[in-house]
Design a binder for this molecule. Structure first.
Ligand code: FES
Length: 56
């Protein structure tokens, strides 16, 4: 599923970034060399990060 349309970032990309140490949407995006633009994805990205961290 695409989470961030502006950057074409998928849920699996965010989960992988969390497993590499990212704990915020901005740090996860930065690991992919990207940054939030419109910001619409940020709350959903945060939920994914929390879910992934809960299973770690
Ligand atoms: S959808 Fe992620 S910055 Fe726009």
């Amino acid at each position: 599923m695409v989470v961030c349309i502006c950057n074409a970032i998928r849920e699996k990309d965010i989960r992988a970034a969390v497993r590499e140490g990212a704990c915020t949407p901005s740090s996860a995006y930065a690991r992919m060399g990207r940054r939030a633009r419109c910001g619409q994805c940020v709350s959903f990205a945060r939920e994914i990060i929390q879910a992934e961290r809960a299973t770690a």
